[in-house]
Design a protein around this ligand. Structure first.
Ligand code: 5RP
Length: 252
């Protein structure tokens, strides 16, 4: 069911393997099937969420959805949603959101996520924690056994003031896990990456398991100077994973 290998079984040519972006789009379109007219929708950020925003815009244009209010999780998504004709508002006006759709960088077997490699973790977490339902959409490359175990970054948003001090304290917290803490910079200029909230991001890289995630989360958040981190624990209510073999929908 829902297999995606393209090409008929009788054709001589071998089936085409889908690109990662095509898988992202498949997951996003599946999530948009949950959107109903009149809903307030949290609009995620990133190359996967972008497909969901486009699709919602398309359905609005076609009159298949009406009365949608979008709550964008970043300035970039705000611009995209405006260009798609999605009416927008914010959390101040809509403190309860019906449904949010967003991507992730890592998803563990318990539906805990790492987010924020795109830099929008704070607004994403504010909005996605105010949702009745949060659908996380990913291609299969995002599935991991343990968060922080993919060798990729675990982002932490910090205030710019004395960021080196914060980076040092973050590294010290996880020294048993072989933590390396790096300031995120724009590759072109080498200047610090600045979030939508005018903060910096320290990316943490671990050589070993970081242990209990709730403990890690609380410990990071207790550091003065830290604004938020990219672990989204127990927040996703549904995870939609697209792979060559089809779509998997996992619910809480
Ligand atoms: C941005 C995010 C993104 O959802 C996450 O980085 C996944 O991005 P992509 O869909 O481009 O792989 O958390 O802050």
């Amino acid at each position: 069911e829902n297999g995606f290998l393209l090409g008929s079984p009788n054709s001589i040519s071998s089936p085409r393997v889908l690109t990662q972006d095509e898988l992202k789009k498949i997951a996003a379109y599946k999530a948009v099937e949950y959107v109903e007219s009149g809903m307030v929708i949290g609009l995620g950020t990133g190359s996967t969420a972008k497909h969901a925003v486009n699709r919602i815009g398309e359905l609005l244009q076609q009159g298949k959805l009406t009365g949608i209010i979008g709550i964008p999780t970043s300035k970039m998504t705000h611009e995209q949603a405006v260009s798609c004709g999605i009416p927008l508002s914010d959390l101040d006006s809509y403190p309860v959101i019906d449904l949010a759709i967003d991507g992730a960088d890592e998803v563990d077997p318990f539906m805990n996520l790492v987010k924020g490699r795109g830099g929008s973790l704070l607004r994403e977490k504010m909005i996605e924690s105010a949702c009745k339902k949060f659908i996380c959409i990913v291609d299969e490359t995002k599935m991991v056994k343990h968060l922080g175990g993919s060798g990729l970054a675990m982002p932490v948003e910090v205030v710019p003031f004395c960021w080196k001090f914060s980076a040092q304290r973050l590294r010290n917290l996880f020294q048993d896990s072989g933590c390396v803490a790096k300031l995120r910079v724009y590759p072109e200029s080498g200047e610090p990456f600045v979030t939508d909230n005018e903060n910096y991001i320290i990316d943490l890289y671990f050589q070993k398991d970081i242990g209990d995630l709730d403990v890690a989360s609380d410990t990071i958040l207790r550091l003065p100077g830290v604004v938020e981190h990219g672990m989204f624990l127990n927040m996703a209510t549904t995870v939609i994973v697209a792979s060559e073999l089809g779509i998997t929908v996992k619910n809480k």
